[in-house]
Design a protein around this ligand. Structure first.
Ligand code: DC
Length: 219
């Protein structure tokens, strides 16, 4: 099954790019960050601690029976605080192991009878789908990423303090995601690096389509 693996840090633009590519290729799309966010939210809602292995594993097990569509439509899913919870549960190897099966199944038989899949996350090209046809690693400076999150959240009306709080959260999250022992955020050796600091999404999309069509003769 043809797979496009897209990895990168928070707010790098990988989700927007992945969705656009999936639509363009008519492939299924899986936002793997949403799985970790859902586990983080389930832990918080149960009054648990996202750093606690027992609490996080229980939530990951519950996710299999939970209504994923309902959880993912929760407005709290997209917040930076849920991103922080997700990053904490994601550092626990047993949680990653529980979520791996779902991701493998999705890649092996994409829902809706689609002919391929686009997955985005932190470890798609390195751990989840090391055999992916095309691997993209999307980056941008942390200040650019913080500015994007800030504009999404507060628009023109936000304050310097709010920007700095987001910047601090992203720096902390990058550190946790890159330093953890299991499946840390890093580019696969054969990934194409795309820096979105000074490029808009259209330009990055065009670059990605060219890379994919060079490799797969379908785009
Ligand atoms: O992409 P995102 O911001 O929704 O991801 C939230 C957190 O989930 C991220 O900080 C780390 C974790 N994550 C992960 O460890 N592995 C993935 N494949 C996807 C997300």
């Amino acid at each position: 099954m043809p797979i496009i693996a897209i990895d990168g840090p928070a707010a790098s633009g990988k989700g927007t790019l992945a969705r656009k590519l999936a639509r363009h290729l008519d492939y299924a799309y899986l936002d793997t960050g949403a799985l970790y966010r859902a586990v983080g939210l389930l832990v918080a809602r149960a009054g648990g601690d996202a750093d606690n292995e027992q609490d996080a594993v229980l939530a990951a097990q519950q996710l299999a029976e939970a209504d994923l569509a309902k959880i993912t439509s929760d407005p709290e899913m997209k917040s930076e605080s849920t991103g922080g919870l997700a990053s904490k549960v994601a550092a626990i190897p047993a949680v990653r192991a529980l979520l791996l099966d779902f991701q493998h199944q999705f890649a092996a038989s994409p829902p809706g009878g689609k002919a391929g899949a686009v997955l985005d996350g932190r470890d798609i090209g390195t751990v989840v789908c090391p055999e992916a046809e095309v691997k993209l690693f999307i980056t941008a400076s942390v200040e650019t990423r913080a500015k994007r999150r800030f504009m999404e959240q507060y628009g023109e009306g936000g304050s310097d303090e709010q920007y700095l709080a987001i910047l601090r959260d992203l720096i902390r999250r990058d550190e946790r995601d890159t330093q953890r022992a299991t499946a840390p955020l890093k580019a696969a050796k054969n990934a194409h690096l795309l820096d979105t600091t000074n490029s808009d999404i259209e330009a990055v999309f065009e670059m990605a389509v060219t890379l994919i069509s060079d490799r797969m003769t379908i785009a």
